[in-house]
Design a binder for this molecule. Structure first.
Ligand SMILES: Nc1ncnc2c1ncn2[C@@H]1O[C@H](COP(=O)(O)OP(=O)(O)OP(=O)(O)O)[C@@H](O)[C@H]1O
Length: 207
């Protein structure tokens, strides 16, 4: 589904990634582990088309990303993002936060996703009124609302306790079992064992 060939990237000459070759199949749950500064976020940003690699090729279902005419639309349709900090808007309820991500989505569809994540009772709460784990589940709801084919998550459990971190990983694993491709960068080597494949990023290379 996603194929990267010899991807390399630098920031003003400082090498961040070199010669990354990677093939990710539909429904795979992939974890990228590695020390701080090893290149995980850079790789996620490139694979999710947010960052243009300096060198190398990237394709989605055999289509070169350079041939995708409208990348914003492509991301909107195909990709869900989850970050370490939930980036929810504090003056909107959880329901309104998710609705904002896709105004055309029917209310029933949003409620379905809330149910899936076990936060349906919280839909009228504001982000400031709930726990960190619940906020992160709301952020996952927002990422799921467009029915993405691929989910990219950068340290999704970085600010969660171990119980909530486990819940988030179980949710991601369930999504991959249903056919969503899930690619996660994490420091948590124990949780990473839940993935189908673990890649270590070291000094900008995959081990
Ligand atoms: N916008 C940027 N400008 C300049 N250098 C950057 C930028 N983003 C990352 N880097 C550098 O690129 C290298 C890889 O960083 P990256 O953020 O990809 O690592 P990481 O593994 O995600 O780290 P962390 O686990 O701390 O998030 C580091 O040396 C970092 O300092």
């Amino acid at each position: 589904m996603i194929k990267a060939i010899n991807l390399s990237h630098d920031y003003n000459g400082d090498i961040a990634l070199r010669d990354i070759n990677l093939e990710i199949k539909r429904g795979e749950f992939i974890c990228l582990v590695g020390e701080s500064g090893s290149g995980k976020t850079t790789l996620l940003s490139i694979l999710s088309t947010l960052l243009k690699p300096k060198e190398g090729q990237l394709s989605f279902n055999k289509q070169n990303y350079k041939d995708i005419k409208n990348l914003d639309e492509f991301r909107q349709k195909n990709i869900g993002f989850i970050f370490q900090f939930h980036h929810l808007i504090n003056y909107l309820t959880l329901f309104e936060n998710v609705k904002l991500a896709n105004e055309e989505c029917k209310d029933e569809e949003i409620l379905k996703v809330f149910k899936l994540l076990n936060i349906e009772d919280l839909k009228s709460k504001f982000p400031t009124e709930i726990s960190g784990g619940q906020r992160q589940r709301a952020a996952i709801a927002r990422a799921l609302i467009n029915n993405p084919k691929v989910i990219f998550a950068d340290e999704p459990t970085g600010n969660l306790d171990s119980k909530n971190a486990q819940i988030v990983f179980e949710l991601l694993k369930n999504l991959s079992a249903k056919g969503t491709t899930v690619i996660v960068a994490t420091h948590n080597k124990e949780l990473a064992t839940m993935a189908n494949k673990i890649y270590e990023v070291k000094d900008g290379q995959l081990k």
